[in-house]
Design a protein around this ligand. Structure first.
Ligand code: DOR
Length: 448
């Protein structure tokens, strides 16, 4: 039994497991003790959430916190603080750091840093290379959440393009395989053609033509083929095209061996956004057409897409201001993903239970995250209260990322984050992180 006190959240509308119901939540220590009314222990703190909705804290299965090695862009401390301000209570961090996380020693070092500095619950991917199959075979749930395979080159030099290496990974990995799918030879050929035409001044609008639909489809279909051949568990990250959606089946995540993720920016921006945001929204895979974006939204609703995440990928403004080829790909998002989704709820695109399913329940189920991702008695109290009636203006002064910018500065999102509770502790309230000891934990993964 924890020595922490108890906390009662009253009068909220709970969004959980497909339903919205009015219920009180009693939290004792780090766990949800009771959903519903009843006696409360003496000394219980009560917070009235009348008019607010209470969701499980978001679990973002794809972030890049840049630590170790790239800490001029971001750190686990800075980005996790941004996450909790945005209602994200757990994240899974990617291996393209310096050094890259391609063995268990590198993962142990990340866990050491996170245990000392991270503000939300965390897990880490092992990165695959053309040559680390022995390490991939050894890694289990105590070491990593999954194996990240860059089947397309992106930030960091982690491309896995050797067919025999890919066959080995899909045949032997014990953990879920999460892939970045873009076929690099085609991209290199497209880059060459655009360079011939424009020199170094390729317009950013060409990014989705260089990192093309065909490049995405070719790589995604290769990954699906490998997963089917070897019976592997495959999760394709950040889908961007309508065409790739033909590779996935509708239906609940339970029982699926092949799953799909979409990221918040690919659900939001489209081709015309490059005119105003330029290389700020250069990312891999590229933001594509409005028709692609609309198809991704439809696939969230009809359950061909299983998970919504961010691919939070901070770079400094100075880096992002460079020319097309020199500007790094990626944009910071983790503080604003829930706000983006709440606004899309206000636009009539997604119901609240659908948002919770894709951004909290399903990542927990997919990665076997123990006792999180749902509002259930006995589960950890990772929660976020939101106000659908409020509006949040994104103000540069409130952007928490170390890189200090957001593509949403000046945007009004319909909805606001009222409070984040992490392991039973209110860690964000009244627009500010709450001072106090960090409440974050290492996530526990159970074999699925
Ligand atoms: O745009 C991206 N940025 N895509 C990736 O795959 C990597 C990421 C990064 O780490 O910057």
């Amino acid at each position: 039994m924890s020595t922490m006190g108890s906390l009662q959240l009253v009068n909220a509308q709970l969004v959980n497991e497909g339903r919205i119901v009015a219920a009180d939540v009693l939290i004792r220590g780090d766990r949800i003790e009771r959903i519903g009314t009843g006696a409360v222990p003496a000394g219980t703190t009560t917070i009235d959430l009348k008019g607010k909705h209470l969701l499980p804290g978001l679990i973002d299965d794809q972030v890049h916190c840049r630590e170790p090695g790239l800490t001029h862009k971001a750190t686990l401390a800075t980005e996790s603080l941004a996450a909790l301000c945005g209602g994200v209570t757990s994240f899974l961090d990617m291996p393209n750091t310096q050094p890259p996380s391609t063995d268990r020693a590198a993962l142990a070092e990340k866990r050491r840093i996170a245990a000392a500095t991270c503000h939300v619950n965390y897990g880490f991917y092992l990165g695959a290379t053309n040559t680390n199959l022995e390490e991939i075979k050894r890694v289990g749930v105590a070491d990593a959440c999954g194996i990240k395979v860059f089947m397309g080159a992106s930030t960091g030099n982690m491309l896995v393009d050797d067919q025999a290496a890919l066959e080995g990974i899909f045949a032997e990995a014990r953990l879920l395989i999460a892939t970045h799918c873009e076929y690099s030879p085609l991209i290199l050929e497209n880059e060459r053609r655009y360079r011939e035409r424009y020199g170094e001044n390729v317009p950013i609008e060409a990014h989705p033509l260089i990192r093309s639909e065909e490049a995405c489809y070719r790589s995604s279909s290769l990954a699906v083929g490998l997963a089917k051949k070897h019976g592997a568990r495959l999760h394709i990250l950040h889908l961007t095209t309508a065409r790739e959606l033909t590779l996935f089946e509708r239906g609940p995540i339970e029982g699926k061996r092949i799953t799909a993720e979409v990221c918040a920016h690919h659900l939001w921006f489209e081709q015309s956004s490059y005119a105003t945001l330029g290389t700020k929204i250069k990312c891999n895979p590229a933001i594509k057409t409005a028709a692609d974006r609309d198809a991704l939204r439809a696939a969230v609703v009809d359950d061909r897409i299983d998970v919504i995440a961010t691919d939070h990928a901070p770079h400094t403004l100075e880096e992002k201001a460079r020319s097309y080829f020199e500007a790094p790909s990626g944009l910071p998002l983790v503080q604003h993903s829930l706000l983006m989704l709440l606004d899309q709820h206000a636009q009539g695109l997604f119901t609240l239970p659908k948002i919770v399913e894709k951004a909290a329940h399903n990542p927990a189920l997919l990665f076997g995250i123990a006792e999180r991702g749902f509002i259930r008695e006995g589960y950890y109290a990772d929660l976020v209260a939101v106000d659908l009636a409020a509006v949040t203006r994104v103000d540069a002064a409130q952007v928490r990322y170390k890189c200090g910018w957001s593509p949403f500065e000046g945007t009004d999102f319909r909805g606001s984050i009222v409070m984040t509770v992490l392991n039973g502790v209110p860690v964000f309230r009244d627009g500010q992180p709450v001072a106090g000891p960090r409440a974050a934990r290492a996530l526990e993964f159970r074999a699925r």
